[in-house]
Design a protein around this ligand. Structure first.
Ligand SMILES: NC(=O)c1ccc[n+]([C@@H]2O[C@H](COP(=O)([O-])OP(=O)(O)OC[C@H]3O[C@@H](n4cnc5c(N)ncnc54)[C@H](OP(=O)(O)O)[C@@H]3O)[C@@H](O)[C@H]2O)c1
Length: 332
């Protein structure tokens, strides 16, 4: 089915189940949970009885306001929610977060929801900002979380989950920057070569390449019952389309929102259902749409896609070692 037909099927004709899994006793981290889909996902997980829900946010005061909002709507005890600082545009912040999560007694799931969508070229660390926030730092957080997820799976005899929130737009990424024969990061980080209208979709394609590599090198075994997936919430109303779009783009997005976007609450359901405690092992390394394993599409399955995935991962994983020496040792 083509991308647009599938979008129509998903947005108009699919009912997203209200989350009902039992999270009692579990510890769950949700990044970017002060607003949007992350906030609604956190609200569901608190309602579903988690023992600890950690809101990982770049602005702690916004996280604390979100925590109060969740507590009021769920009547949960105040000590269920913690607010931790995490700024994905700073490698130092990601490292500090990675060190802090090793102090947890258990970690059952992490929903890596934080992300940005912009058509303006800007650098964060040494990369274009969407590449740093949506991909490089997300990969780092995932690698920091893996040992704790494995340890929890063994100690408590549960399946733990590492969810990366992507977008179905990766299927229509053109990725013209990859036509240059040199280092992919150089092309992505060059303002002159950047196709910023395509960049968000490219970041989500690169994220799926990354998730597939991490999952392949962290298979489900008796010592590592960790399911690693990439989900999409589909088109949802949220704060994602912020300040730097032109008025024309904003009008187009408002129309799109009015016609077919899901509510933030329904988008949040998808994130929670994809991190459910009983998620099937077959989801490992896969892209999930409407909470189910979905086909990858040609940007992944074609020979060109496979070659690009290899090229990207070879660059990314050496970059990760440069940022944080030893970080990839958790992978086979
Ligand atoms: N909405 C959609 O239609 C849609 C469709 C497909 C995929 N998605 C994906 O769903 C996820 C959530 O998006 P949303 O729609 O809920 O957007 P949103 O309302 O803009 O929320 C994004 C969250 O990410 C946080 N964030 C941004 N930059 C960050 C950074 N450098 N470090 C840490 N946190 C950061 C934001 O924090 P601040 O509030 O402090 O900025 C906010 O909490 C994203 O990954 C997005 O790509 C959304």
């Amino acid at each position: 089915m083509g991308f647009f037909l599938n979008l129509i099927r998903s947005q108009f004709f699919t009912t997203i189940p209200y989350p009902s899994s039992d999270f009692s006793g579990q510890t769950v981290i949700i990044t970017g949970s002060n607003t949007g889909l992350g906030l609604e996902a956190a609200r569901h997980i608190v309602r579903l009885g988690a023992a600890k829900v950690i809101l990982a946010v770049r602005c702690v005061s916004k996280g604390e306001a979100a925590a109060q909002d969740i507590l009021q709507s769920t009547n949960a005890k105040a000590n269920v929610i913690d607010v931790w600082k995490l700024d994905l545009s700073s490698y130092e912040s990601v490292k500090a977060f990675g060190a802090r999560l090793q102090t947890l007694d258990r970690l059952d799931a992490i929903i890596q929801n934080a992300g940005i969508f912009t058509t303006k070229f800007a650098l964060a660390e040494e990369n274009e900002s969407q590449i740093t926030v949506n991909v490089v730092s997300a990969a780092q957080v995932g690698l920091y979380a893996l040992p704790k997820l494995r340890e929890t799976s063994q100690t408590f005899n549960v399946r733990t989950r590492l969810e990366f929130v992507g977008s179905d737009l990766y299927q229509i990424a053109k990725f013209k920057e990859a036509e240059s024969s040199g280092y992919l990061f150089d092309a992505l980080n060059s303002k002159d070569l950047a196709n910023m209208d395509d960049r968000y979709a490219v970041s989500k394609l690169l994220l799926l390449f990354t998730v597939r590599e991490i999952a392949t090198r962290s298979p489900i075994t008796k010592d590592s019952n960790v399911v690693i997936i990439k989900s999409t919430p589909g088109a949802c109303k949220s704060d994602l389309f912020r300040d730097d779009f032109s008025w024309l783009q904003k009008i187009m997005m408002s129309c799109m929102n009015a016609i077919f976007a899901r509510t933030t609450e329904v988008g949040g359901r998808i994130l929670v259902n994809c991190a459910r405690p009983d998620i099937e092992a077959e989801a490992h390394g896969r892209f999930l749409q409407d909470c189910r394993v979905f086909t990858n599409g040609k940007n992944i399955d074609s020979t060109k896609g496979q070659q690009l995935q290899k090229r990207w991962n070879s660059e990314l994983f050496s970059k990760l070692e440069n940022i944080a020496p030893g970080i990839t040792k958790v992978l086979a």
